[in-house]
Design a protein around this ligand. Structure first.
Ligand SMILES: Nc1ncnc2c1ncn2[C@@H]1O[C@H](COP(=O)(O)OP(=O)(O)OP(=O)(O)O)[C@@H](O)[C@H]1O
Ligand SMILES: [Mg+2]
Length: 199
């Protein structure tokens, strides 16, 4: 049976090959896919919080994506092999990540920015590189959470604090606020994303 997937604003659509790589055979709707993915992601988060190893390297980055999406997509943990509407030229992913890790290490070592800002800047650059075919937003938010925790701060709330219950994954006001904040960061204004991450 064909699967109808709907994309919230700012999401990267999957191409046919990518869709053919869905692991669970019983999924036919977006709702079922969301539910399955969410369970897998929770397992990935639990795995991540037990790790004591270095996180700012390609090995950990890919392993984390695999832990979050490995029971959902056959290409989990593998970089993109085509260009998307967001992201660097797919051939540059490895090089761009190396620069990102080097910059983050430098910023941490020299306390160039407060911990929150180091992690938020890292998040934005990681989604701009867009290493994977899908799951980049969720993976990069968890990477930023792990990074800020390693820097001694609580994890980010990403618009989920207080009464706001809008989901980041669906089209919602929270989602809109997140995408707008990323677009401001694209224009080199990091402040809205910085505020959003703790809202
Ligand atoms: N203008 C932008 N600048 C930087 N990053 C962006 C922009 N628009 C979208 N993004 C990022 O791309 C992500 C969507 O990519 P992808 O579909 O691979 O991730 P995802 O985890 O499946 O997304 P999500 O769960 O947020 O829908 C968004 O969550 C956001 O982090
Ligand atoms: Mg997506």
């Amino acid at each position: 049976m064909a699967i109808q997937l709907n994309y919230p604003p700012g999401a990267t659509p999957l191409d046919g090959d990518e869709l053919a790589s869905l692991i669970p055979g019983h999924i036919t709707t977006q709702g079922e896919l969301n539910e399955w993915e969410q369970l897998n992601i929770v397992q990935g988060e639990n795995w991540a919080r037990k790790q004591r190893k270095e996180i700012l390297n390609e090995g950990f980055l890919r392993q984390l994506h695999w832990q979050m999406f490995g029971e959902t997509w056959k290409w989990a943990g593998e970089f993109r092999k085509s260009d998307k509407n967001i992201g660097v030229d797919w051939l540059q992913i490895g090089v761009e990540l190396k620069k990102l890790f080097d910059d983050a290490h430098f910023q941490i070592e020299h306390a160039s920015y407060p911990p929150d800002e180091i992690a938020v800047r890292f998040h934005h650059r990681l989604v701009l590189i867009h290493p994977f075919p899908n799951g980049n937003g969720r993976h990069a938010r968890l990477m930023a959470d792990l990074l800020v925790e390693r820097l001694g701060q609580p994890r980010f709330t990403w618009g989920q604090r207080g009464l706001n219950t809008g989901s980041l994954v669906d089209a919602s006001e929270t989602r809109q606020a997140y995408i707008s904040a990323l677009q401001a960061a694209d224009r080199r204004d990091i402040a809205p994303l910085f505020a959003f991450a703790r809202s």
